[in-house]
Design a protein around this ligand. Structure first.
Ligand code: SAH
Length: 215
């Protein structure tokens, strides 16, 4: 694995900063993880553009600046146990894995989980557990979580995910009824309930029920 030219990487980091990714640890993780490992085939040469790109199963790898902003909004600490719903390419999980103790990530497509696991092995990322599951129910056997990130859009934050968040835990999730644009929100669980804060408009593929039909 060769990774990008230094100049390509400098432009990538500049684009992230200019779009509001300012957290030093997040920027460092994004500098270290080669996005090219997560983009296969036709679009591999666009890996360092700040754009979402198509991956298998009709899904997308998120735009890097959105990955950065969501990661930043989670206010991670190195001891955290994090759940990601929507493994996709595995890129977001790889970034998280550099910043926390343990990452659980689930996707409804077995093929995406398999390919993401290959990328995690190639990069020696050993604190990620990826599984095929319908993430709208969370991951009860590993709950509760310090942080939850949902990388597919729901109409509302799914109840089981709210329930699997620790007190003082944070969840970041795109919500909204429209397919075209949703609102990224941050949910903070307090000892008495949940506080909601809008972050910015985003565009994500929908959170779907059940498992995908693929091997
Ligand atoms: N975080 C990914 C991008 C995710 S795209 C990355 O870094 O590349 C959204 C993903 O959510 C898709 O792979 C889709 O299969 C998955 N998804 C949609 N609904 C789901 C559900 N109910 N449970 C688990 N995964 C789901």
């Amino acid at each position: 694995m060769t990774g990008p030219e230094p100049e390509t990487k400098m432009q990538f980091l500049f684009a992230l900063r200019s779009r509001g990714v300012t957290d030093k640890r997040v920027l460092q993780a994004m500098e270290e993880i080669d996005r090219g490992v997560f983009v296969r085939g036709l679009f591999a040469n666009r890996s360092y553009d700040d754009m979402p790109l198509p991956i298998a199963c009709g899904q997308t790898i998120s735009q890097p600046s959105v990955v950065g902003l969501m990661t930043q909004a989670l206010q991670l600490s190195p001891r955290d146990k994090v759940l990601e719903v929507g493994t996709g390419s595995g890129y977001q999980a790889a970034i998280l894995s550099r910043l926390v103790r343990r990452v659980y990530t689930v996707d409804r497509h077995a093929r995406l989980v398999r390919e993401a696991n290959e990328a995690f092995s190639a990069l020696n990322l050993s604190n990620i557990t990826a599984m095929t599951a319908d993430g709208s129910f969370g991951l009860p056997e590993q709950a509760p979580f310090d942080r939850i990130i949902v990388t597919a859009a729901a109409e509302d934050p799914p109840g089981p995910l709210l329930a699997q968040l620790k007190i003082d835990g944070i969840m970041v999730v795109p919500v909204g009824q429209s397919d075209a644009v949703q609102t990224l929100i941050r949910v903070l669980r307090t000892s008495t309930g949940y506080e909601y804060e809008e972050i910015r408009p985003v565009r994500f593929v929908p959170l779907l029920e059940g498992l995908g039909k693929d091997g």
